[in-house]
Design a protein around this ligand. Structure first.
Ligand SMILES: [Zn+2]
Ligand SMILES: [Zn+2]
Length: 172
């Protein structure tokens, strides 16, 4: 996906997601600041494409991770660590008990099971690749992994959408 960033000269420079947060040069020689990916997408009106959808698409297309540098130390690496991001957990709601009116008339309190257990919400979890070098992988725990996940704009957006999401390191 291409985005347009406006230069002071009035020209719009075409940038891609990979340019987010950097500077690009316009044909007028000026350097133009490229905003964060989140901002780019917002200004392009694609913020309605939710992060989860975007991630699913990119996973299918094998476009993740986007980075070539370790998200820990920013050195180029081919290392990958997988994290599980559990966004929603199916919640089982126990059936409640209802008071039966006819029971009261008879002087009894009759409790009747109402309905069946229902499953609310769906399990939405992702196994996402993250660029991590050998060095940074050492001693990595779930909490550290979550901090690193938050450095990746797209993943961070996912966590923003599901504030209760749990991040854990996935087994290789
Ligand atoms: Zn310009
Ligand atoms: Zn590293």
């Amino acid at each position: 996906m291409k985005y347009l960033v406006k230069c002071e000269c009035g020209h719009s420079v075409e940038v891609s997601a990979g340019d987010a947060g950097t500077k690009v040069s316009c044909h007028c020689q000026r350097l133009v600041d490229v905003p964060s990916l989140h901002r780019l997408r917002q200004s392009a009106g694609v913020s309605s494409i939710s992060a989860d959808l975007m991630i699913e698409t990119m996973l299918q297309q094998g476009r993740l991770p986007e980075e070539n540098e370790c998200v820990g130390c920013e050195k180029p690496t081919t290392g990958i660590v997988y994290v599980n991001i559990q966004c929603e957990r199916a919640e089982v709601r126990k059936p409640g008990y209802g008071l039966e009116l006819w029971g009261l008339l008879l002087g009894w309190i009759v409790l009747k099971r109402k309905g069946e257990a229902r499953i609310i919400g769906r399990d939405l979890s992702y196994r996402l690749p993250m660029r991590i070098c050998e060095n940074c992988r050492r001693g990595l725990n779930d909490r550290e992994a979550e901090k690193l996940v938050r450095r990746i704009p797209l993943y961070n957006e996912l966590l923003g959408k599901f504030p209760k999401a749990k991040v854990s390191l996935a087994m290789m």
